[in-house]
Structures are given as structure tokens and as C-alpha cells.
Design a protein around this ligand. Sequence first.
Ligand code: IMP
Length: 193
Amino acid sequence: MMKEIIIATNNKHKVEEIQQEIGKKIKIIPLKELGFREDIPETGSTLKENARQKARFVFEKFGKDCFADDTGLEVNALGGRPGVYSARYAGEKCSFDDNINLLLEEMNGKTDRTACFKTVICLIENGEEKYFEGICKGNITTERYGNKGFGYDPVFIPEGYGESFAEMSGEEKNKISHRGKAIRQLIQYLAKK
Ligand code: IMP
């Protein structure tokens, strides 16, 4: 029987990216298919704590294997901020646009524009936890480029590339992105079983 696994997120962009990478190898069940549309608490102080918290929450609620990802953008000139607080950087309930505006404002005049995205995935299988990580280095632009993707994609150019994540197709982004790397490790792990 094909393996079934729940993705502990309500972020449709993440579900799309992850499903694109996983293809037909594993059946992914988004939370909305289980009728769950609430926000899952995320109160940890590290990406790993948050990924674990989201995966545990879903495992305890539905009693099925699941995984959660938590991602942060670490900007060197800002001492690693927004990091684990990337979603709420510009305040509670802020939009992707609000976050980008604040980032460009804080980065105004900064010459060191290096940054990286980090993703941590927590898989819970038969109650046991396993972690996978992916990192993508790059630079923060001075203005927005492109309208694909989500979050900080329009202002992040991955190292060695001439366009932002928001100018790339989902497939191109997945090949080099933090989440793509972490997901491929998860797939490899699941495929070995
Ligand atoms: P989360 O806590 O893992 O949902 O992600 C935190 C925030 O990071 C999101 O609200 C997005 O703003 C941003 N983010 C996560 N993944 C990406 C990505 O692949 N590209 C751009 N921004 C992202």
C-alpha cells in the first residue's frame, strides 16, 4: 500500500512545493483534507522546536504519521534576524508585503546583503521523531523582483544565480531551495524503509 503522511501546515504554497517534489511516491494529506483549518501553535525559540511543536500537535490530534516544516530567513547584517520570527517579523497578522517592506527598510544602506533560508522538517513516524534540514545561501536585493512563490521570495537571490526565487518556476526553486533540500532527505529516508 502507498505510504500516506499528513503535512502539518495550512500554507498552500508549502503544500504545492512539497507535493511537486514528492510527486506520486508518497500520498500527502494536507490538513484541510482532514477538515482542520486552524493555526497550529508555534511558540518555540528555534526552527527545530517549532517544527517539532507543529508535528506533535498534529500527531496527537490525528494519531497518524505526519511531518511539519519550519523555515526562517537569517540575514547576516541583522544579526540573523528575522530567523525563527520570519512569519511575524513586521508584527502579528502581518502580510508577506509588510515583512518585505520592513526588511528592505532595515537593509537600507547595508553593504553586506548575505542571508540564508533554513528549513527544519520534523517527521513523526509511529510516535518517533526524526529531523531533516536544508539551507540555501543568497543575497537580499534592494527592491522586489518577480511575482511567483511566496514570503520573501521576491527579495532573495540564491547564490550563483541572477534571478530571485520569485522569478523562478516552482521546479527551479525546488532544485536549490532550503525546503527542496530538506524534502529530498525526507523522501530518501522514507524510500529506504
Ligand atoms: P514558517 O514558520 O515555516 O511557516 O515560515 C515563516 C515565514 O518564512 C513565512 O511566513 C514566510 O514569510 C517565510 N518563508 C518560508 N518559506 C519561504 C520560502 O520558501 N520563500 C520565501 N519565504 C519563505
